[in-house]
Design a binder for this molecule. Structure first.
Ligand code: 4AD
Ligand code: MG
Length: 477
């Protein structure tokens, strides 16, 4: 007999027919009712055991977490809250789960506890819902770009260049680190290392993606990126996934349009295709909000937020306008910001970004035209000589979701900028070639996938939306 998934059975009307299903026991009540889940949906199917005709030793093995195979008859359910159930005719324990030892009991566990059990937490409703939504979001990412004429490019993970110039990179070497050979100056001699030079894990695929955009026109990357910044926040990971589209002939306005259209599409996709999981997460968030004091509660539920983003225009504001707003804001005047905003040119902290999106505009905001000296070398210099065509998309509860720019396509201006920042031309000769041969206006951005999953699921900590988070002092699993 063909095995059905729980999801198929819950949508089936093949009553009184024999069915076969396998999964894990979530709960077992009254020696009769198994709530069975196999990951295909957040919903469990109730399997009713004929306990009078089942031997006691077998009943004792039906514990939370055990893997079971069930054959039985699909019937319309008598109980409320479900439409169908399985009357069990045959039950086999595939894998026991000792209740004395199994950490994931049917009760509320803290997220901290579940992080320590990241290999098992996906067996809970919350984490299975998050991970199904995450999967649907990544599918939607590919679907959006593939439907819009973009090519998927796999940029290298090991790289010799520091794309962001921030220097927060993990080294890649196959030296025995205790015995690395030294050169005459007494420094590690990387010419003898595996690649014959110093290499790192990439912080961004952008520079390589740019070279591909200058031939394929519209490209995107979607891969892991690595940052060795010591940021212990709810929004930073040392290993995260980034989506980076790059488009030839797009200026900054087109780049903003693309980011907005893209985000709305993927959110629309999950609203349409992950209804059960989002309903569960919406409810979870509502419960969590109830625990907070009134003043800290958010005005919108999860589904409301997602629909709001899909249905409303993002507000586009220049850095200069944003500084004016912040300078005159209440928290600034009352000295409530940790970093006061006094003059044009300061970098925006997340408290400022959040004030703009959550208090002032109350919607996603695209900030653009930042001061050149707080942004990366590759951004296109404006006519004013002091701002660059940068853009950040800021989201409520998240802060920066997207960072991008129109790229500096003028060889001489780019070289000048690199010289200013001591970026050796020899290292990026191939990048400069794109400006030497057939250079053109082009733009792109990077969206942190986990920040998108964070927003979509209404979770509060980025460590809870990636299967096995890597953060300072933590690389378990
Ligand atoms: O703003 P960032 O640093 O931009 C770039 O790397 C550009 N090269 C992208 C491009 O133009 N192609 O990073 C882009 C996004 C951020 O907006 C944020 O969402 C996410 O990546 N991000 C992180 N997400 C999780 N943990 C971290 N440590 C992150 N650092 C950046
Ligand atoms: Mg950024």
């Amino acid at each position: 007999m063909k095995r059905s998934s729980v999801k198929e059975l819950l949508h089936s009307d093949k009553f009184l027919q024999e069915v076969h299903v396998k999964g894990w026991v979530r709960t077992f009540r009254s020696n009769r009712f198994i709530a069975l889940n196999d990951g295909s949906t957040i919903n469990n199917i109730q399997c009713v055991v004929d306990f009078e005709n089942t031997n006691e030793a077998l009943l004792k093995r039906i514990n939370t977490g055990a893997a079971v195979a069930i054959k039985g008859t699909l019937v319309e359910s008598q109980g409320k809250g479900q439409t169908v159930e399985v009357q069990v005719t045959d039950l086999e324990i595939l894998g026991d789960s000792n209740p004395e030892e199994y950490p994931i009991q049917p009760k509320k566990h803290s997220f901290e506890f579940l992080r320590e059990n990241a290999h098992l937490r996906v067996r809970t409703n919350t984490f299975s819902a998050i991970m199904r939504v995450r999967s649907a979001l990544s599918f939607a990412v590919h679907q959006y770009f593939q439907q819009n004429g973009f090519y998927y490019v796999n940029t290298p993970i090991i790289t010799g260049s520091d794309a962001e110039g921030a220097g927060e990179m993990f080294k890649v070497t196959n030296f025995d680190t205790n015995k690395a050979p030294l050169n005459e100056e007494g420094e590690v001699d990387y010419t003898q290392d595996f690649f014959g030079k110093q290499t790192n894990l990439t912080v961004s695929g952008q520079l390589e993606a740019e070279t591909y955009a200058m031939a394929l026109g519209k490209v995107y990357t979607f891969g892991p990126t690595f940052r060795a910044e010591n940021s212990n926040t709810t929004r930073h990971l040392a290993e995260f996934w980034m989506i980076e589209p790059e488009v030839a002939f797009n200026d900054l306005d087109a780049n903003m349009d693309l980011s907005e259209d893209f985000i709305k599409y993927v959110l629309g996709y999950v609203l349409e295709n992950c209804k059960d999981d989002l309903a569960f997460l919406d409810n979870r968030l509502a419960q969590e909000e109830k625990q907070k004091p009134q003043a800290q509660r958010s005005d919108m539920g999860l589904l409301e937020r997602l629909n709001f983003v899909v249905e409303n225009n993002f507000k586009r504001v220049s850095y200069t306008e944003a500084i004016d707003i912040l300078r005159n804001s209440k928290p600034n005047k009352k000295k409530k910001f940790q970093f006061p905003v006094n003059e044009w040119g300061v970098d925006l902290q997340s408290e400022h970004e959040r004030y703009l999106v959550e208090k002032h505009f109350k919607c996603p905001v695209i900030l653009f035209d930042y001061p050149a000296n707080i942004k990366a070398f590759y951004m296109r210099l404006n006519e004013d000589g002091k701002t660059v065509r940068a853009m950040d998309v800021l989201f409520p509860g998240i802060g920066e979701m997207v960072g991008g720019s129109q790229r500096e396509e003028r060889l001489d201006v780019l070289k000048e900028k690199m010289a200013e920042l001591d970026i050796p031309e020899e290292e990026l000769w191939w990048y400069l070639d794109t400006r030497k041969f057939g250079t053109a206006v082009h733009s792109g951005f990077g969206l942190g996938f986990e920040r998108l999953v964070l927003f979509t699921t209404g979770m509060g900590n980025i460590r809870d939306v990636i299967p096995f988070p890597r953060t300072p002092q933590n690389a378990e699993f």
